[in-house]
Design a protein around this ligand. Structure first.
Ligand SMILES: NC(=O)c1ccc[n+]([C@@H]2O[C@H](COP(=O)([O-])OP(=O)(O)OC[C@H]3O[C@@H](n4cnc5c(N)ncnc54)[C@H](O)[C@@H]3O)[C@@H](O)[C@H]2O)c1
Length: 263
């Protein structure tokens, strides 16, 4: 028998940035496996990959087929419409996972203002915007809930690869998480942040596949001596923060990085 703290039966979870091949897909499958009805959302250009995430035969067989939704987290109206559509379809909302994100690997002096602001717009403003609409929906509903943001092992440090826009935006995600946790705490809404190390392969980390030396370096940099596997290493910590198990956790950054940040 599963500990009730990890049972999401009867709950509705929304995963933003859930097109197949990424951590959002893993989150959606984990939440469905824990009994939740799941709504998944991504950019219109990722519709086919989003449909692939939604094809979860086990959940569908139990009458919990995932609903799919288009969203651009940089667009205020689009994010508001997403929450309206999810509530209209499922009648309630209990957990929101924001896995939408972009990365830009470029030296600082070759990065334009437009490129820098684009990364900040998706990763930081997008996280705040999804958090704002999630907060509004959950407080209106009045039964609490959980919001899980995605930062990185580089949230409070940087790595050897030039990614100034990415590092900056992801540091901001930490304090967006804490700020929303403070404001939403009185409403019983928990807001936490997962900080993955290097999980391979996803679309975002695909370029690493062409650089086996760097890939090996990333693995050796951890205490466990290996990279994270999205399917096996990510789902558990995600369920911890997205489910009732997190009832007394809020404003936290949970590192899932094989010990990288603990050296
Ligand atoms: N994979 C890793 O090793 C790793 C490590 C640390 C942090 N992360 C973080 O985890 C999250 C997921 O990363 P991933 O590796 O699964 O990458 P991914 O590229 O597979 O997933 C990111 C998703 O965000 C979506 N997206 C991008 N811009 C969007 C927008 N404007 N509106 C809506 N959706 C948008 C993409 O279409 C994609 O489906 C990101 O926030 C990333 O920074 C990943």
């Amino acid at each position: 028998m599963v500990n009730p703290a990890f049972d999401l039966t009867g709950q509705v979870a929304l995963v933003v940035g859930a097109a197949a091949g990424g951590l959002g897909e893993v989150a959606a499958r984990a939440l469905a496996g824990a009994g939740a009805r799941v709504a998944v959302a991504d950019l219109p250009s990722r519709a086919a990959d989003l449909a692939a995430t939604a094809r979860d035969p086990a959940a569908a067989a139990q009458g919990r087929a995932a609903s799919t939704h288009e969203v651009d987290v940089t667009d205020e109206a689009s994010v508001a419409a997403l929450f309206g559509a999810v509530i209209a379809e499922h009648g309630r909302l209990d957990a929101v996972v924001n896995a939408a994100g972009v990365m830009l690997r470029k030296p600082y002096d070759e990065t334009s203002v437009e490129e820098f602001e684009r990364v900040v717009r998706v990763n930081l403003t997008g996280t705040w915007l999804v958090g704002r609409e999630a907060g509004r929906a959950l407080t209106r509903q009045g039964s609490g809930g959980r919001i899980v943001n995605l930062t990185t092992v580089y949230a409070e440090r940087v790595g050897p690869v030039p990614e100034s826009a990415y590092y900056s935006s992801k540091a901001g995600v930490v304090n967006v998480t804490r700020a929303l946790a403070a404001e939403l705490g009185p409403h019983g809404v928990n807001v936490n942040c997962l900080a993955p190390g290097v999980f391979y392969p996803t679309q975002m980390t695909a370029a690493l596949g062409a650089d086996p030396d760097r890939l090996r370096w990333f693995g050796e940099r951890t205490m466990l001596g290996r990279l994270g596997d999205p399917a096996t290493d990510f789902a558990g910590p995600l369920l911890l923060l997205a489910g009732p198990a997190a009832s007394y956790m809020t404003g936290q950054v949970v590192y899932v990085d094989g010990g990288w940040s603990a050296w």
